[in-house]
Design a protein around this ligand. Structure first.
Ligand SMILES: O=C1O[C@H](COP(=O)(O)O)[C@@H](O)[C@H](O)[C@H]1O
Length: 255
């Protein structure tokens, strides 16, 4: 089923396997458009279940047909831990996806895990993005002046959080920083860095990939017809470009 919600496109698939198939097709199409059009493709990954749902990209036909050499990969949020730590979003993405495809290692922009203080790690990642703007790997949005990524792949937690932007947290209101930090994340581990909403919402394309019955309540709040109470972080996702929700039936069961 496909439908619209405001400016967003909402696609509901029978099962998680069908979401994985559709997501790979969607990403491959955008990769083709951007690599042929401007010679590179900037992609932002989340952690969590998203990485497993991307699994079809590391299989034929995509494994051999996507121009991986033109991909540049970033993280929407990262835990301030070593890259070998089981809690690292980099490790999750490396083990489940990056180690299986031919993206040049120099095009993979992981957190600097030698910096133990979250504020330093956030400053360092923001400086990395700024240097990539100078090198013309990243462009700035003409609307917001924040960096404009080609594609952001977002997951969502059962509390409606996206990236490391949690309900009722002051970071939801950040208006200036590109990358910021949190030391009191309600989800472990507490110290993380995260893109801010101005950056998220400057994207050309955002896919919100949400599977599983435990997310149905937050999906209902975000997409159902009822009076809003507290706004969930996921409801603040509103890109300059195109937003598409990829849902399986269990996640969409309360809409
Ligand atoms: O902590 C995080 O949680 C969200 C959602 O993860 P999921 O396991 O519920 O899919 C994730 O998108 C984010 O990147 C991660 O750091």
């Amino acid at each position: 089923m496909a439908g619209g919600h405001g400016d967003a496109k909402v696609e509901v698939f029978d099962a998680e396997e069908d979401v994985a198939v559709a997501l790979a097709k969607y990403i491959a199409r955008l990769s083709d458009v951007h690599t042929k059009g401007k010679g590179l493709f900037t992609v932002v990954l989340s952690g969590g279940t998203l990485i497993d749902t991307m699994r079809k990209l590391a299989e034929p036909p995509y494994l051999d047909t996507i121009d991986w050499s033109k991909w540049h990969v970033f993280w929407l949020d990262e835990r301030v831990v070593h890259k070998t730590d089981p809690l690292s979003n980099y490790k999750l993405a490396y083990d489940g996806f990056l180690s299986k495809v031919a993206i040049p290692p120099n095009n993979v922009y992981a957190i600097n895990d030698t910096l133990p203080a979250p504020e330093d790690a956030a400053d360092d990642y923001e400086a990395c993005l700024k240097s990539l703007v100078e090198k013309k790997v990243l462009e700035l949005s003409q609307v917001s002046s924040f960096p404009k990524f080609d594609l952001m792949l977002l997951g969502m937690g059962p509390d409606g959080h996206v990236a490391s932007l949690f309900p009722k947290h002051p970071l939801l209101e950040e208006k200036n920083r590109w990358v910021t930090y949190i030391k009191d994340s309600p989800k472990m581990p507490p110290e993380r860095i995260t893109f801010t909403f101005p950056v998220i919402n400057s994207s050309a394309y955002i896919a919100l990939v949400v599977t599983g019955a435990d997310l149905a309540k937050a999906v209902h709040i975000a997409l159902g017809n009822h009076e809003p109470s507290d706004i969930l972080p996921v409801q603040m996702v509103s890109p300059e470009g195109e937003l598409t929700w990829f849902l399986d039936k269990p996640a969409a069961s309360k809409i």
